[in-house]
Design a protein around this ligand. Structure first.
Ligand SMILES: O=C(O)CC[C@@H](O)C(=O)O
Ligand SMILES: [Zn+2]
Length: 464
């Protein structure tokens, strides 16, 4: 540790006492996210309890040139919350209170360390619903969701985290406390800085409070799992249902993904083995909606787009069917997957997937390729699994080489190299495939305004 870091730590210990942790166990725990590519090496971990303490931490960091990394539930998949280079981790676990709720505004004000599931349960207790949902809601925190503009499995109906944040308090890299948008629905007073901070991966400032909108809870949710002979047919099924029914989800997964999730202990939906599966969900608000869904299903079977299918008849069955999709990620995790989280507009999905699939199948004849994702949003998760006998370093190096070819296709289709997981460190070398030089220059200029000394999560998103 440098003399400067020592001096900063003395000040931090004076400020926070036992909430400034320097032990190896805390460093290892708080210094990583789910990527596990970089080894954690923070100089210390601090646990502020108030916005004022966050401001004081930023002040000390500026004085000593100490880089800061924000840490929430650490469920990120792009190494945006990894401290691998002597940074100070600012963990928000102690700022985990629900501060206010107003039923007329249908809005709840929370601290950043509130766990997503805690917010969802609070909304339910008020007879309302927080709709941003994904597999890691049991540990992810609202502050992290805001930093990455988290998406998930209900985006087709409810949008991303950005769409639910009506107010945001942030501490910038200058140490200023900004109170952005103040929970308003309508506010036409110039640049909406709130949206700059959402999805900025902690590179401009840290979220210290958020006002989150809630909505009515969905009623009588019903899921269908369908098996399709090919990927193009999956898209035809999406189109057929979307024409008539407001879907709350449309997810897809390949036979390989299905194989892993079944091995993981989830029950098969039906006996027919299909190359692709989709899971779609809707509110069965009336009997007619259910009947219409069955008619569309039969039409899809007649057209040869669907080989088999099942529809949930109870909440228990609905939850069971969702396991098929929600547990894919954990079922492939032991195979050290190399992850891609790519998107294009819906109309381009079939050609795009065909082009990418060809490149990866040719490049990795010996690797298992697992496709799944939020196909109703044009967002595919392409996971390449490491063969058991190949060293991790060599595997990641080979994957990195092929990434360029995949991202060239992404660029050709005007797509995104990261639909929802963020850029962090894993996708930083490839940002130029999705954002122009002018875009990146503008982002750097914005960072300089809010974080002139480059102490807020440096080395993530881009290098300055
Ligand atoms: O593991 C992945 O690649 C995706 C994780 C998550 O975004 C999901 O949709 O399940
Ligand atoms: Zn996802």
């Amino acid at each position: 540790m440098t003399a400067l870091a020592h001096a900063a730590l003395d000040q931090l210990t004076e400020l926070l006492g036992s909430r400034c942790l320097t032990d190896a166990e805390s460093a290892a725990r708080y210094g990583v996210d789910w990527t596990k590519v970089w080894a954690p090496a923070p100089c210390a971990v601090v646990l502020p309890e108030t916005a004022e303490e966050v401001q004081q931490i930023v002040e000390i960091a500026n004085e000593h040139g100490l880089p800061l990394v924000p840490s929430g539930g650490r469920t990120g998949l792009s190494a945006a919350a990894v401290a691998a280079d002597g940074e100070l981790v600012v963990a928000f676990d102690r700022m985990n209170k629900i501060l206010d709720f107003n039923e007329y505004d249908r809005a709840v004000t929370v601290q950043p360390g509130v766990v997503t599931q805690q917010l969802q349960e609070f909304a339910e207790q008020q007879g309302l619903f927080y709709p941003v949902d994904f597999a890691s809601t049991g540990s992810s925190q609202i502050g992290g969701n805001i930093n990455t503009n988290a998406g998930g499995i209900k985006v087709i109906r409810y949008g991303m985290t950005r769409d639910w944040i009506s107010g945001l308090k942030v501490v910038t890299g200058r140490g200023d406390l900004l109170d952005l948008n103040k929970g308003l629905i309508k506010n036409a007073t110039g640049y909406d800085l709130r949206h700059l901070f959402i999805g900025s991966e902690g590179t401009l400032g840290f979220v210290v409070e958020a006002t989150v909108r809630l909505t009515r809870a969905p009623r009588d949710l019903t899921a269908l799992v369908l098996g399709a002979p090919g990927f193009r047919e999956v898209m035809k099924v999406l189109h057929a249902f979307q024409k008539d029914i407001d879907l709350t989800a449309f997810e897809f997964f390949s036979d390989k993904a299905m194989g892993h999730v079944l091995q993981h202990g989830v029950a098969a939906p039906f006996d027919t083995e299909c190359p692709f599966y989709c899971l779609l969900e809707f509110e069965q608000l009336s009997e007619q909606v259910g009947e219409r869904a069955m008619e569309i299903f039969e039409h899809c079977v007649e057209q040869g787009w669907v080989l088999d299918g099942v529809m949930s008849q109870s909440l228990g069955q609905l939850r069971q069917l969702w396991q098929l999709r929600e547990r894919i990620s954990e079922s492939i995790a032991p195979h050290t997957p190399y992850k891609n989280d790519i998107s294009v507009t819906i109309s381009k999905v079939p050609d795009f997937v065909e082009d990418v699939d060809k490149v990866v199948q040719d490049a990795y004849p010996d690797f298992e390729i697992v496709w799944f994702g939020h196909i109703g949003d044009g967002n595919m998760h392409l996971n390449i699994l490491k063969p058991a006998d190949l060293a991790k370093e060599e595997f990641f190096q080979r994957c990195g080489e092929v990434s360029k070819w995949v991202f060239e296709i992404v660029a050709r289709y005007n797509g995104s190299i990261s639909a929802e997981h963020g850029v962090g460190m894993t996708k930083k070398p490839y940002l130029g495939y999705s954002r122009s030089e002018e875009d990146i220059d503008a982002m750097k200029a914005i960072k300089a305004v809010f974080d002139p000394n480059n102490i807020m999560n440096p080395g993530k998103l881009f290098d300055v």
